[in-house]
Ligand binder design. Structure first.
Ligand SMILES: [Fe+2]
Ligand SMILES: [Fe+2]
Length: 204
């Protein structure tokens, strides 16, 4: 009887050790996909900023520079989690389709909406199932910020469509270096998402 009990205890310990050391395989793939998405979004917004600049839409250019930086923060966060899981990964950057600034804004908003409604909710659900806490945190930072980007693009689309220029679009932006949260300059003293002091924000 004692032997059976001892065996049961050893089997439980062994199982616990195996589950501790096993990697969150689906989340690793999701982190790679998310890092690739963020890297490409960052590149895309940088190109959209150049186009807006060339069109003399300087406020839109500043906004795209800020959102480009935010996506770079998300990419870096996802890659850091991958590294901690023992995975070295370099996202592949694809070519960017630059159209008119209004169409670029519409394409950008569509991309954000996909991430907020489809991609990140699914990745978050799986990270919870796999108990991948750091990945969950990184996905959570990103989904909150992408929802704001979508709103900013939406506001800008309305203004450009009704006024024919970007003069009333917000002029200066700030990005939190920890979570990528994006603010109209001077609107907060601390990051609403991660608590980082606004003095550490990058301005555009
Ligand atoms: Fe975004
Ligand atoms: Fe933050």
């Amino acid at each position: 009887m004692k032997k059976i009990k001892l065996f049961a205890i050893l089997a439980t310990v062994a199982l616990a050790l195996v589950s501790c050391s096993s990697k969150p395989e689906k989340t690793i793939e999701n982190l790679k996909n998310a890092a690739t998405g963020e890297a490409n979004a960052s590149e895309k917004y940088a190109k959209f900023a150049q186009k807006a600049q060339a069109d003399s839409m300087f406020n839109i250019a500043a906004m795209f520079k800020a959102t480009s930086e935010a996506e770079a923060v998300h990419k870096a966060n996802h890659l850091k989690v991958l590294k901690e899981l023992g995975v070295d990964f370099s996202p592949i950057i694809e070519g960017v389709n630059v159209i008119t600034t209004l169409e670029n804004l519409q394409a950008a908003m569509k991309g954000e909406d996909y991430e907020v409604s489809n991609m990140y909710p699914e990745f978050i659900k799986i990270a919870e199932q796999e108990k991948a806490k750091k990945a969950l945190n990184s996905f959570d930072f990103a989904i909150k910020v992408e929802a704001k980007h979508s709103q900013f693009y939406n506001e800008a689309i309305s203004l450009i469509s009704s006024e024919g220029n970007d003069l009333n679009v917000n002029k200066a932006w700030e990005v939190c270096p920890v979570c990528g949260d994006t603010y109209k300059k001077g609107s907060v003293e601390k990051c609403n998402i991660c608590g980082t002091d606004a003095s550490k924000f990058k301005t555009f």
